[in-house]
Design a protein around this ligand. Structure first.
Ligand SMILES: [Zn+2]
Length: 463
């Protein structure tokens, strides 16, 4: 478990002795000095509800920027978000990332696409009485994965559509679920508070980041810039469940040799594909062993820490026995395990295969680590979990109960967890992420906006 307690100011968000809440009234119609918590909550939630169409428009605007990793649009979207946040009253810090410096750091988390430039962005709504409230960082990635085969979509992936799906009003497009809806919710929740004159005591920071999908460049850079807060919320698509822990994930490459010969005399050669079959059987065994007893927070998953081959390339001619197979895959790291220990276990498995075969002893399979290297991350701050749970309950009273569990994927959470308490809570079902016709239910977008506004209110506090 990471030691992630924050140095909370004396006034905590659950402190009953804190000063009474007062809304400097603009359009709310509330008394500015005597509003009760219940009145404030009702007013704020109504303000959020009024922002729904604006939120949908903003989401459509962001979906139309195809911000895949390494694209020009990935840089563009940071500038667009900076302008939006600036016009919403935030102080904006937008800077060019020093890529040679960041990528040469020993703990750099990896990058799988080429980038000529990339931008960091932190927008701060300064609290009007920081001593009376806590600061909150909302971290959300603005990059998306590529759309894949456009024919597998029912429309243009980068033109958001609004349709009824399975009886729910739904928004479709690449990034609707993962995770531009979460970003939009964070921005519009702040806008809703502003629309009824609520001023937060503590700082609210919104930090859209790039490069999450291929390793975490953006959040890595954010932490190196020294951005910190009393707590962090990542509105990744958790289907409005609460995720305080992520398994890790390591990208690897295997080079599996063979000996080429004419296929008509194949017994005189050695097929790299047959050697791969040996390796793969050992990998399946390793995966089974590593998943035989998992942390209770991960027990809901059929395989908590998958080991999966994603690409295979072998051979260069149909009637030649292939002399090389290159396989790339993804290897899950358990909660509480280090990436270094997980790497060592896979290396041992490969060493054993090499030792077990005469040809491979002389021509060993090699294992290389490249691309995204996600350590597991665990935060588990009780205060933040309780706050999110309560806010969700009030924001989405008709929804099923919120569940708390660990996710089997790696995310930016693990880069933040060493610095501050952090949880993931956001709209969208992760099954829809990265898939054709990626979508978000409008009702879930709204619920997350409502919950986010309540989290801002209670955590940052108002005066
Ligand atoms: Zn995501």
């Amino acid at each position: 478990m990471a030691e992630t307690r924050h140095d909370a100011p004396e006034v905590s968000a659950v402190d009953s002795d804190r000063p009474p809440r007062v809304i400097p009234d603009q359009q709310s119609g509330l008394s500015t000095t005597n509003a009760t918590d219940a009145e404030i909550t009702t007013t704020v939630l109504a303000a959020v509800d009024r922002q729904l169409e604006h939120a949908i428009d903003l989401l459509g605007h962001l979906i139309a920027i195809p911000s895949t990793g390494g694209s020009e649009a990935e840089a563009e979207i940071q500038h667009v978000l900076a302008e939006i946040l600036f016009s919403d009253g935030f102080d904006v810090d937008l800077w060019a990332l020093d890529l040679p410096d960041l990528t040469s750091q020993p703990d750099f988390p990896g990058m799988e696409v080429t980038r000529r430039e990339a931008f960091g962005l932190v927008a701060v709504l300064p609290g009007i009485a920081p001593e009376l409230g806590l600061s909150l960082l909302v971290n959300g990635h603005a990059d998306v994965v590529p759309a894949g085969d456009p024919n597998s979509w029912s429309g243009d992936p980068f033109t958001m559509r609004r349709e009824e799906r399975e009886g729910r009003e739904t928004l479709l497009g690449r990034g609707t679920c993962d995770m531009k809806s979460g970003l939009v919710a964070s921005i519009v929740a702040a806008r809703a508070l502003n629309s009824v004159g609520v001023k937060l005591a503590g700082d609210l920071m919104i930090a859209p980041v790039i490069g999450e999908e291929d390793g975490g460049l953006g959040t890595y850079a954010l932490m190196r810039r020294g951005i910190t807060a009393d707590a962090c919320l990542i509105p990744e698509p958790t289907d409005l469940d609460l995720i305080p822990a992520n398994a890790g994930a390591l990208t690897f490459r295997l080079r599996i040799p063979g000996r080429a010969t004419h296929a008509s005399r194949r017994t005189e050669g050695i097929s790299a594909i047959e050697n791969f079959n040996l390796v793969n059987a050992a990998l399946v065994e390793l995966e089974t062993r590593r998943n035989s007893a998992v942390d209770p927070m991960m027990s809901r998953w059929p395989i908590a820490y998958p080991l999966s081959i994603g690409t295979i390339q072998a051979g260069d001619w149909a009637s030649t026995v292939p002399d090389l197979l290159i396989a790339e895959g993804r290897y899950g790291v358990a909660l509480g395990e280090t990436a270094a220990d997980a790497r060592a276990e896979l290396q041992t498995t490969i060493d054993e295969i090499n030792a077990s075969d005469a040809f491979l002893r002389a021509h060993p399979v090699t294992l290389e680590w490249w691309g995204g290297q996600f350590e597991p991350g665990v935060s588990g701050d009780d205060y933040l979990i309780d706050l999110t749970r309560r806010s969700h309950f009030v924001a989405a009273p008709n929804r099923r109960r919120l569940e708390v569990y660990g996710a089997p994927y790696g995310s930016d959470l693990r880069l933040i967890a060493p610095h501050m308490p952090v949880v993931q809570y956001g709209p969208g079902d992760a099954r829809s992420a990265h898939s054709p016709d990626e979508s978000i239910a409008v009702a879930d977008l709204l619920s997350s906006m409502r919950a986010m506004a309540l989290i801002y209110l209670e955590h940052c506090h108002i005066v």
